[in-house]
Write a protein that binds this ligand. Structure first.
Ligand SMILES: C[S@@+](CC[C@H](N)C(=O)[O-])C[C@H]1O[C@@H](n2cnc3c(N)ncnc32)[C@H](O)[C@@H]1O
Length: 240
């Protein structure tokens, strides 16, 4: 009896997983960029499933980010294994807009800021939804750098910037395409936006594909370090 009654549940679980995987693939292949009835509710359910299934670079509550920074989940970002994509971002900024005003959206605990500090900048603003990440930076920031705990979706920067960076952060926004477009308003004339995403992710692919379709791409670098690859894209300010 026990065997008979547990089998349907196991099968249902497998089928549910397969259905969700197929729905997810279809969504990132086409549904991501197209409107469809009930899209918002579908995305909400999908992100919850992705989050629990560990398919992860999806929107999360502020409390989850705080808990992750508290337990050191993101400390690895400052290690040598992650060096390459930070170097490409700083490379684009120094080549195209040397000694610039930089806005780092989703700055975390400031790893990119450390890399920028090595080459110099005019001023630096980092924003992140995690108060834990931001408070780890306060006290040690130089006078021309400011770090603010805020949601990128609603934050209004105090001025304009030559370089706006989304480094491993854009996939975590509920409306990544809308947030990218919104920050165009805070670019100085001739300013650039740099986006970097690790590309073992259907969501990152879908987001980058759409951004690259809709905006002027100045250059793309795909960097592989160890087993991970990142796509780093430098965009000119204006939409196509
Ligand atoms: C993978 S971490 C990368 C952190 C940082 N860019 C780095 O490379 O060290 C993603 C970051 O995005 C931030 N984030 C996620 N959603 C956000 C939002 N809505 N507004 C601002 N920051 C957000 C998280 O708190 C986290 O610090």
């Amino acid at each position: 009896m026990r065997i008979l009654s547990s089998r349907p549940r196991q099968i249902a679980g497998r089928v549910g997983g397969r259905t969700a995987t197929a729905a997810r693939a279809a969504y990132y292949a086409t549904g991501f960029r197209l409107p469809f009835p009930g899209k918002e509710a579908f995305e909400d359910r999908l992100h919850r499933w992705e989050s629990t299934a560990g398919r992860g670079d999806v929107p999360q509550d502020e409390s989850r980010w705080n808990e992750q920074y508290d337990r050191g989940r993101w400390v690895f970002l400052s290690g040598i294994e992650e060096m390459a994509h930070y170097a490409v971002i700083v490379g684009y900024a120094s080549f195209l807009k040397p000694h610039s005003a930089v806005l780092d959206v989703g700055c975390g605990a400031g790893v990119l800021h450390e890399r920028f500090a090595a080459v110099g900048y005019a001023r630096y603003t980092g924003i992140d939804i995690s108060e834990v990440a931001i408070s780890s930076l306060q006290g040690s920031a130089p006078s021309n750098a400011t770090f603010v705990a805020a949601d990128a979706a609603t934050f209004t920067p105090p001025s304009t910037y030559d370089v706006i960076v989304f480094n491993e952060s854009i996939t975590y926004f509920t409306d990544p395409i809308g947030v990218f477009a919104r920050y165009q308003n805070f670019l100085s004339p001739g300013g650039i936006v740099v986006v970097s995403c690790h590309i073992q992710s259907a969501r990152a692919h879908a987001i980058l594909r759409q951004l690259e379709r809709d905006h002027h791409v100045l250059d793309v670098t795909v960097v592989r370090q160890g087993k991970t690859s990142w796509r780093c894209v430098a965009f000119a300010g204006e939409a196509i």
